[in-house]
Design a binder for this molecule. Structure first.
Ligand SMILES: O=S(=O)([O-])[S-]
Length: 133
């Protein structure tokens, strides 16, 4: 392996701002902060999510951020702090590094992810499966 996952994580951790669950809970609810849930829909349905989190499956991140992409989501063009989280913090630190490299300046990730949030006794809401219209 030219560069393994540990190398990628170390590089990202050196660059990216991490917030712990308590710090994240202080940011939660502020209108200029968007919590971005990178987990897959099945993880969200099984575990629930952080209230009002915006769901962006990790695989779509680059395409939803880039305004030149046909899949762009305007929410990523808003002037906000984007707080990325996943289950335990690996996907989110890599995703946050990517978001920074793409030009989003106001970004951080939740150290320990949703697991740390739930373990801290912070609020969780159900994330029901989307029903087809
Ligand atoms: O990417 S992960 O930390 O949720 S396993």
């Amino acid at each position: 392996m030219k560069k393994g996952y540990k190398d990628l994580l170390a590089e990202a951790n050196a660059l990216v701002e991490a917030v712990d669950a308590v710090e994240a809970s202080r940011l939660h609810g502020a209108s200029n902060v968007l919590f971005v849930d990178l987990r897959d829909p099945r993880e969200r349905e099984r575990e629930g999510t952080i209230p009002h989190a915006f769901s962006c499956p990790r695989g779509m991140l680059e395409f939803w951020i880039d305004p030149d992409s046909p899949y762009h989501k305007p929410v990523f063009a808003e002037d906000r702090l984007f707080l990325f989280f996943c289950a335990s913090g690996w996907r989110s630190v890599l995703a946050t590094k990517t978001a920074l490299e793409m030009g989003l300046e106001n970004v951080c990730h939740l150290d320990g992810g949703f697991t740390a949030w739930r373990t801290a006794g912070l609020p969780v809401e159900a994330a029901p499966a989307k029903t087809k219209a």
